[in-house]
Design a protein. Structure first.
Length: 447
C-alpha cells in the first residue's frame, strides 16, 4: 500500500521503516529540512537499536523516501499517518498545534479519498478536531472528498522500538467506519499473522487507551518509589521486597524497579495531560496527581542522598567536589534525554557548586547539544575515564555496560570512595567489601 507519514521522529521514522520493511511504499515527510537531508544521505537522527541498517536498506530499495514536500506525500498516501509531537502545554495539557497543522495541510492538498491515521498521543476528542480541520480546508477549496480519521495509538518503547513495531503486542484501531478498519487491517496484515493482535474499538476509547497504558506504567514506577522511600526509613531493602512481590503473577516482574524517577518524552507529559483532561471534565484525578508528585520528588532523591553523605563530612559538603556521572539518557538503549532524571541531578550538583564528569554510551552528542560547553562539565570517552580524579560516582541510567565494573579500580579512582547508585545496579555488600561507601534507592541499611 502507499503510505505517507508526517513526522520523522522516534515514532514516525520507526513506523515508516517497519512498514517499508514488510513491502509497503512509504514516504516520510518532515518540516525539519536538515533531518530530511540527513536521512536522504543515510544519516539517522536518533539512536535506536537495529534502525540504521533497516532505514538504509529500505531507502536503497526505493520503498522508503524522505521529503519536506507535504503535497507530494499527500498525493502519494492511500493512508496518511500523523506522527508529530504533542508536547505539554504550559498547563500540562497536550499541545495540539503540530497535529492540527498537519491536519490543515492534509485538507489543503487532499484530492481523493483517504484514511488519516492519528498515531500521536492525543487527548480524547482530538480525532474530531482533526476531522474538522481537514473538512474546513477542503471546504475552503470547494472540495468534499471522503476521508476517515482513525485513532491508532503507538505503544513502541524507545530502545526497543524496531522490535516492538515488527512484533506488536497489540494493534489498537479506533475507527467509526468499517472501511477504515478494513484498510488498516490490510496495512498491518504482515504484523498480524500468527494471531489476531488487532483490537478494534471506537475512536475515543482508542485515544484513552494510550493514556491509560502509560499512566498505569507510570503508576507502577511511582508506587515502587513510594515503597522504596518507606523501606529506606524503616531499615528494609527494596530489592528484597521487589523479589518478594514480583513473584506474584498478579503483580509481575515488569516495571517494579525503584530508581531516580521516570523521564522521557511520554510518561511525564502523558500523566499530566490525562490529569488535565480529567480535570477539564470535572473529575479530580487524585491518583494521577499523586503519581506525578511522587515522581517529581523522586527525581530529587539522588541529590538528597548525596547531600546527606556530604553533610556528615567535615569539609564543606558538595561544593568543590567532582562527581563522575554514568548515564544521561532517560533509560538505556536510547540517546533521548527529554525529561531525563540526569538533567535534574546535574542541575542540583551544579547549583551546589560541584563539577561533573559525564559518560553515556549514546547520549553524549545530545548532552553537548543541551548543556553546551561549561567549566563544571567534562565529557568523557568511557565510564572509567569519568572516574579519573573524581571524588564520587553517581549512576543514573542502567546501561548494561555499567553493571559489573571493577570495584577495586573504582575504589582507587574515587577520592571520597563513595557510590550513589540511582538504579540499584550493585550489591551493597560487594561494593562495601571493595572499600566503597554505597547509597542505593530504598536500601534501608545504607542510611
Ligand atoms: P519527535 O519529537 O521525535 O518527532 C516529531 C517529528 O515531527 C519531528 O521530527 C518534527 O520535526 C516533526 N514535525 C513537526 N511538525 C510537523 C509537520 N507539520 N509536518 C511534518 N513533520 C512535523 O516525536 P516522537 O517521540 O516520535 O513522538 C510523536 C508522537 O508519538 C507524540 O505524540 C508522542 O507522545 C507519541 N509517542 C511517542 C513514543 C516514544 O517513545 N517516543 C511512543 C509512543 C507514542
Amino acid at each position: 500500500m502507499r503510505v505517507a507519514i508526517f513526522g520523522t521522529g522516534y515514532v514516525g521514522l520507526v513506523t515508516g521503516t517497519c512498514l517499508a520493511e514488510v513491502g509497503h511504499d512509504v514516504v516520510c515527510v518532515d518540516i525539519d529540512q536538515s533531518k530530511v537531508d540527513g536521512l536522504q544521505r543515510g544519516i539517522i537522527p536518533i539512536y535506536e537499536p537495529g534502525l540504521e541498517p533497516m532505514v538504509k536498506a529500505n531507502h536503497a530499495s526505493g520503498r522508503l523516501a524522505f521529503t519536506t514536500d507535504a503535497a507530494q506525500a499527500i498525493a502519494h498516501g492511500e493512508v496518511i499517518f500523523i506522527a508529530v509531537g504533542t508536547p505539554p502545554d504550559e498547563d500540562g495539557s497536550a499541545d495540539l498545534q503540530y497535529v492540527l497543522a498537519v491536519a490543515r495541510t492534509i485538507g489543503r492538498h487532499l484530492a481523493r479519498p483517504t484514511v488519516v491515521v492519528n498515531k500521536s498521543t492525543v487527548p480524547v476528542g482530538t480525532a474530531d478536531k482533526v476531522r474538522t480541520a481537514i473538512a474546513e480546508e477542503l471546504a475552503a477549496r470547494g472540495q468534499e472528498n471522503a476521508f476517515d480519521v482513525v485513532s491508532n495509538p503507538e505503544f513502541l518503547k524507545e530502545g526497543d522500538a524496531v522490535a516492538d513495531c515488527m512484533r506488536p503486542d497489540r494493534i489498537v484501531i479506533g475507527a467509526s467506519s468499517a472501511h477504515a478498519v478494513t484498510v488498516l487491517r490490510r496495512l498491518y496484515a504482515p504484523f498480524n499473522r500468527n494471531r489476531d493482535r488487532v483490537v478494534e474499538m471506537d475512536v475515543r476509547s482508542a485515544e484513552l487507551t494510550k493514556y491509560a497504558a502509560n499512566a498505569m506504567l507510570a503508576t507502577k514506577i511511582s508506587f515502587m518509589n513510594e515503597i522504596a522511600n518507606i523501606a529506606e526509613r524503616v531499615g528494609a531493602d527494596i530489592e528484597q521486597v521487589r523479589q518478594g512481590i514480583g513473584s506474584d503473577p498478579r503483580i509481575g516482574w515488569h516495571f517494579i524497579y525503584p530508581g531516580a524517577g521516570y523521564g522521557g518524552s511520554c510518561f511525564p507529559k502523558d500523566v499530566q495531560a490525562l490529569a488535565r483532561t480529567a480535570a477539564q471534565h470535572g473529575h479530580q484525578p487524585q491518583l494521577l496527581n499523586a503519581v506525578e508528585a511522587v515522581n517529581a520528588a523522586q527525581k530529587g532523591h539522588l541529590f538528597e542522598l548525596i547531600q546527606r553523605h556530604y553533610d556528615r563530612g567535615e569539609d564543606e559538603g558538595v561544593r568543590g567536589k567532582t562527581f563522575a556521572v554514568w548515564g544521561l539518557a532517560f533509560k538505556p538503549n536510547t540517546d533521548d534525554m527529554r525529561e531525563a532524571p540526569s538533567r535534574r541531578v546535574l542541575a542540583q550538583l551544579w547549583e551546589a557548586g560541584a563539577k561533573v564528569q559525564v559518560f553515556d554510551p549514546e547520549a553524549m552528542a545530545e548532552a553537548r547539544r543541551i548543556f553546551g560547553e561549561r567549566e563544571d562539565l567534562v565529557f568523557c570517552d568511557s565510564a572509567f575515564a569519568a572516574l579519573h580524579d573524581a571524588d564520587a560516582l553517581v549512576v543514573i541510567t542502567e546501561w548494561k555496560q555499567f553493571r559489573s565494573p571493577d570495584f577495586a579500580r573504582m575504589r582507587e579512582a574515587l577520592g571520597d570512595a563513595v557510590v550513589f547508585d540511582g538504579r540499584n545496579l550493585y550489591d551493597p555488600a560487594e561494593i562495601e567489601a571493595a572499600g566503597l561507601a554505597y547509597y542505593g534507592i530504598g536500601r534501608g541499611r545504607s542510611v
